[in-house]
Ligand binder design. Sequence first.
Ligand code: HAM
Length: 413
Amino acid sequence: MYKRVSGTKDILPDEVICWQKIEEISRRIFSLYNYQEIRPPIIEDAGLFNRSLGEFTEIVQKQMFLIKNLEDTYALRPEGTASIVRCFIENNLDKTNGFVKLYYMGPMFRLERPQKGRLRQFHHIGTEVIGSTAPEVDIEVISLADELLKAYSISGYKIKINSIGCSKDKKALISTINKKLEGELENLCADCNERFKHNVLRILDCKNEACQAVINKIGVAHEHLCPDCLKHFSAVKQGLDTLKIEYEVSPLLVRGLDYYTSTVFEIKHPDLGAQDAVGAGGRYDNLVKELGGPQLGAVGFAFGVERLLLVTKIQEHIDTSKNLVYVISLGDEARKEGLKLLNSLRKEGIPSSTDYEIMSLKGAMRSANDAAAKFVVIIGEDELKKNVVMLKNMQTSEQKEITQKDLIKELKC
Ligand code: HAM
């Protein structure tokens, strides 16, 4: 028997209700903020991610699902930002709309070691705002994330923010950390010794206790930020204060992808365990240019939907009761009538179902119950003769004979 691939999930009908609710809320709030949906393909040229995320990032080095085809290498997208920037440039969206506010939902793929909240196929709900370097956009995007989380019935999360500065500042930060860590290599784990060679910023979020002790000892602050980046960062903090959005400045937060500059943020939830980020994002003011487009500022974030679902209380607010009408027809003639009735009910917009197995009234009533039907309509020989149907309310058990015309009127109100 075949089994699902490790690190993937079957989302069964009972769970789909929560997914649909999260998606519905997201669409409503994104459109309230005037964001438009975009749907790039899930398969891209692998080079796009090498270039955007960085050759030495964990994702590119170890986690890409690659498909080789003659000379081309494709990747199942590990994230959305690079795809959307590629799509923005390729479709000349900068020429039609200088400033775009986009959102997306869909599967992402990373070949990680599966654990709670860490999958190989997971889903993002994210946004990318392209075309401005104004700190007000960072504020809008962070407040949008906060608004979405509240609407998903999630509480207890913490928004952590930082600024890694422009490319020059980032280089200065890397070189300061390099110098500070040079004498500490023997106290760092093997992975961090590797990171030291190519991706020193990743050392800052290593979970290893010994590494954390070293990081706390060397101390990282904001001395690498130039006046413009400092100004931008204080404007972002002030805006969040004005909107009364709670956040914590975390100088060790640097994010694992190369494209980030300036503001970065992560939203953590204490109930998630080791994989505690429900979402994350930041600015990437050089990526559009690096991928062949104009110099345009951009900022975005993505939530991991599976992690949202681990902490949401949304199921408490979902009304699962259905106004389903279940048609039971007994006998060959009645079945023909039942088929016509089902058709009429559906044409009138009344959700309805039936069973297609020939069974006793008792068996059919059991099926109606299993389907959580609110009403049952029975057509037997007697009803056929009298040109009526029997309508039963499954909640009150009341039943009465009624003509088909009156039935539709009654079910519609
Ligand atoms: P990321 O931090 O790699 O950022 O992913 C965003 C969120 O996706 C994480 O906070 C987490 O909730 C979820 N996530 C990541 N990996 C997994 C996994 N293996 N299993 C389950 N959930 C996962 C990005 O991808 C950036 N593109 C976000 C962004 C948008 N930055 C700017 N714009």
